[in-house]
Each structure stands twice: as C-alpha cells, then as structure tokens.
Design a protein around this ligand. Structure first.
Ligand SMILES: Nc1nc2c(ncn2[C@@H]2O[C@H](COP(=O)(O)OP(=O)(O)OP(=O)(O)O)[C@@H](O)[C@H]2O)c(=O)[nH]1
Ligand SMILES: [Mg+2]
Length: 349
C-alpha cells in the first residue's frame, strides 16, 4: 500500500537534503573566508602594539558573530521543490494538492533553523507536516452519523461502474450492525443484470432486509419503498445502492439526481476507486456538481501502490473521506485515519 508514494518521498527527502547541504557548505566556506579576513585586519592593526593579543582577538571575532542560520533564496528553494512536485504528480496526487504541499514545505524550510546535524530530520518533518495538513483537513467523523437521532437515516451511494459501491454498502451494513443498528438495503441498481442478485447474496449473508423490484424498474421507486419499509418497521438506516454511471453520461446523471429528489437522503456518499488515481478525483468533482456529495469512501486502497487519490480526493472536493476499503471481506472497510496513512507513508517498513 502506498509504496510508490513512500519511495518517492524518501527519494525527494534525500535530494532536498543533498541540495541544502551543498548550499550550507557554500555558505560555510563564504562565512569562513569573511571571518578570516576580519581576523587578519584586526591583527594587522594590533600587531604593531601587542602581538600576543592575537588569540584574544580571534576569539572575540568568533564570539561577536551571531550563530549563522542558513538563508536560501526563494529561487533556490523553488528549484529544489520542483522535483518534489513532479514526484507527487507521478504518484497521482492532484495538481492543487501537490502545489499546496510544495508551498507548505517551502514555508517550513524557510522558517526552520537549519542545523546541519538535524537537516534530514527537519526535511522529513516539513514533508510530514505538509501531508498531515492535507489529510487532517480531509478526515471525517462517522460517529456523528452512527449516533444520529434521525430515523431512518438514509444514505445514498453513487459512483462510476465497478468502483465498489455494492461492496461498500455490504461492508457498511455489517459495520452498522456491529454498532447495534438495524439496516434496510434498497436495490436501486435496476440497470445492471445481476446487480439485484449480488445484493440479495450480501443481504442473506449479513441477515439484513433487502427491498427490491424487478430488473429495469424505476430506481427512485425502489428507494422510496425501502424508506417506507424502514419507517414502518422502525429501522435505523436505509442504504441505497445505485447503478454505476460514467460522469459523462447526462441521462444517467439526471436519473441519479431524480433518485436523490425522491429519497431525500441524509447523506450522499461518493464511492471512488483508489486505483483510478486522478480520475477518481475528477469523478468526485463531477458527481458533487450534479448530485451533491457529503462524504467519500475510497475503495481498493489495499491494491493501491501510488496513494495519490487517498491523499487528494477529499481535500480537492472539500468533503470528508469517511472510510477506506482495504480488502474484500466485510471487515475490510475502516474509518479513515490520517495518522494511519502518515505511518504508512513515513513509517519504517
Ligand atoms: N481489493 C479490493 N477489492 C474491492 C474493494 N472494494 C470492492 N472491491 C471489488 O471490486 C469489484 C467491484 O465491486 P462492486 O461493489 O460490485 O462495485 P460497484 O460499484 O457496485 O459496481 P457496479 O454496480 O457495476 O457499478 C468487486 O470484485 C469487489 O470485490 C476493496 O476495498 N479492495
Ligand atoms: Mg453495484
């Protein structure tokens, strides 16, 4: 998981360190030359009178000088951070996110007292802090939903074909049941052959109620019936599955907006596939525009070496990343935790 991003950041860390060390060496030798000149001048003045005071003068010159902090020009830092931005883009990090990380690292490097012995630690901290900032502004708190007073609380799932919506619903039903909640699932994907059977199988295994109509039925009507059923039976949650649709298909996007108008969900979750990288981020933007997204589940993170979409998706659309899918089992959907991701990217192997 995230091996690519981890490796890139490690490499960039070393590159930045090397560049700054070069700058430091340059500064130190310039500083020495300046010091030497000052000493010589003082000695020349003093030598006529007392040659023995030379040592004292050398010392005083050294003491008077403030401890030198490294100052690197903006241009030099920009040059160094260009590589950082390129590595992030290669890891499928969205452009706006890569830029934000770069600016953050730049500020940190400017304000840090760059002590040579702590150089690599300082660079690592700057990168960590930039990435933490992105991730922390992306994380959401699902416990508010679990403890909601609203009954039934209706959640609608949207996303492109095969992103993992149906699996995410089954995993969330399992999660909610573990938290003592009752669940009804609406089989509102009436478009794909086999979609209803797939949900029936999950509902049976999880022992939750499924509301379905026939293949080709009106998805909004299925959602409506499921909500009516939940109201009558005092169920806590309704999870609405919808057919996968490309964000470019106007008719299907309109149909999704209709399901939303009828079902009036309390939460719309966009389900994105981590393996789609930057595309997942673009899809999230489009779905948010058409239907309004309140939160995100990112699936297949277990198979994602790059890590860019996990880093970018929530920050880009300004909606929280609620869960990540890390496998095919019902327990393999975990609440997103920024510290967990930081540990995956920067921790020891
Ligand atoms: N490794 C892994 N596979 C996953 C994960 N989530 C879903 N999958 C797999 O991805 C495939 C598609 O999942 P579905 O849940 O059917 O996707 P969908 O969005 O409902 O697909 P459509 O209904 O066709 O739009 C299935 O084979 C899932 O087992 C995950 O977190 N990790
Ligand atoms: Mg599905």
């Amino acid at each position: 998981m995230f091996k690519f991003l981890k490796r890139s950041l490690k490499k960039i860390e070393e590159e930045i360190e090397e560049e700054i060390e070069k700058e430091l060496e340059k500064e130190i030798s310039e500083e020495r030359a300046e010091e030497e000149k000052e000493i010589e001048e003082k000695i020349e003045e003093e030598i006529k009178r007392v040659v023995e005071t030379r040592k004292e003068i050398v010392k005083s010159v050294k003491i008077e000088k403030p401890t030198k902090k490294i100052t690197i020009s903006d241009e030099k830092i920009d040059e160094i951070l260009w590589d950082l931005e390129m590595s992030l883009l290669e890891a499928d990090v969205a452009l706006s996110v890569a830029e934000s990380i770069k600016e953050h690292v730049k500020e940190e490097l400017k304000s840090l007292p760059l002590d040579k012995s702590k150089l690599s630690e300082n660079i690592r901290d700057a990168l960590k802090s930039a990435i933490s900032h992105i991730l922390k502004s992306s994380s959401g708190d699902f416990s508010r939903v679990i403890n909601t007073e609203k009954k039934p609380f209706v959640i609608m799932f949207v996303g492109v074909n095969g992103s993992g919506k149906t699996t995410a619903i089954a995993k969330l039903a399992h999660y909610l049941k573990k938290h003592g909640k009752s669940v009804v699932i609406a089989a509102a994907d009436t478009f794909r052959a086999g979609a209803i059977e797939q949900l029936e199988e999950h509902a049976k295994r999880l022992d939750v109620k499924l509301i379905k109509h026939g293949f080709g039925a009106d998805p909004a009507a299925v959602a409506y019936d499921a909500i009516e059923h939940a109201k009558a039976k005092h169920k806590d949650f309704v999870l609405i599955d919808t057919a996968g649709r490309m964000q470019t298909n106007v008719n299907l996007m309109d149909e999704m907006a209709k399901i939303k108008r009828v079902a009036k969900p309390d939460l719309v979750i966009f389900v994105g596939d981590a393996l789609a990288g930057n595309d997942a981020v673009e899809q999230a933007k489009k779905f948010d525009e058409v239907v309004g997204v309140d939160g995100i589940i990112l699936t297949k993170v277990d198979a994602d070496a790059k890590g860019g979409s996990a880093l970018s998706i929530a920050y880009t659309i300004g909606k929280p990343l609620l869960f990540i899918g890390v496998g095919q089992g019902y327990d393999d959907q975990i609440p997103f935790d920024p510290d967990w991701m930081i540990e995956k990217i920067f921790g020891e192997d």
